[in-house]
Design a protein around this ligand. Structure first.
Ligand SMILES: [Zn+2]
Length: 224
């Protein structure tokens, strides 16, 4: 490979929660034991969306690729196993809602990601639903639409409303998956005629008929 057509070294940014001990350990191991890796913490002031509140409890790391002249190849860069913790510094705070971020989408338009408060009213569900959608406007067009409060702003708000519904469906699906995968090992009997029992582990409530059918398959540990 000649010097001229060598690609530029890339910098990989990671956003890692302070409780994510597995990822933090991976960072430490690559930083300390692999000479190929050049890893540094990224100060929050250099994260464009740092003030929007979505990053509470997170730390940012950067891993820079370097060119190794002896081996004539790029070394370091992407850290194995942390692909889903990658974070793009292209994200900017969405104009009407600081719990959302936006950046140019890979196939045109803008990707909007984050969460929105829905207030599901169900104590077993999060009050925030995940949002992940793409709109055809560019980030510049979105900023202008919200600044001037145009019809395009209404279109985007409608799109976000549908994205909220998708996010809610996703929460319900995850909850149902939680019920299915739970062995219901800590079930409490309520003494209530219509909802006689619930599981402390997954939050599933049995209605009367279902309880009659399933009560022999679960572990009752107490009464409420
Ligand atoms: Zn359960």
């Amino acid at each position: 490979m000649s010097f001229n057509n060598r690609r530029k070294p890339r910098t990989y940014t990671y956003r890692i929660h302070l409780d994510d001990s597995k990822a933090l350990r991976t960072i430490r191991v690559y930083d300390a034991l692999h000479d190929d890796y050049l890893i540094s913490t990224l100060h929050r002031s250099r994260v464009p969306t740092a003030k929007n509140g979505r990053h509470f409890g997170y730390v940012f790391y950067q891993s820079k690729e370097q060119y190794d002249y002896n081996r004539d190849e790029m070394i370091g860069g992407a850290i194995p196993g942390l692909g889903d913790r990658r974070y793009s510094l292209e994200w900017e705070t969405f104009p009407s809602d600081s719990s959302l971020e936006m950046k140019p989408a890979s196939k045109g338009g803008t990707r909007i990601k984050g969460e929105r408060f829905l207030g599901t009213g169900d104590p077993r569900l999060s009050d925030y639903v995940p949002i992940d959608t793409v709109v055809p406007q560019t980030p510049t067009e979105i900023r202008a639409a919200y600044r001037d409060e145009t019809d395009v702003m209404d279109e985007i708000e409608t799109e976000l409303h549908w994205a909220e519904q998708d996010g809610f469906d996703q929460l319900i699906a995850e909850q149902w998956e939680g019920f299915q995968n739970c062995s219901h090992g800590h079930v409490i009997e309520t003494g209530n005629k219509w909802e006689p029992a619930y599981c402390e582990d997954c939050g599933y409530n049995w209605e009367r008929d279902g309880w009659e059918r399933e009560k022999d398959d679960v572990t009752v540990v107490g009464e409420a």
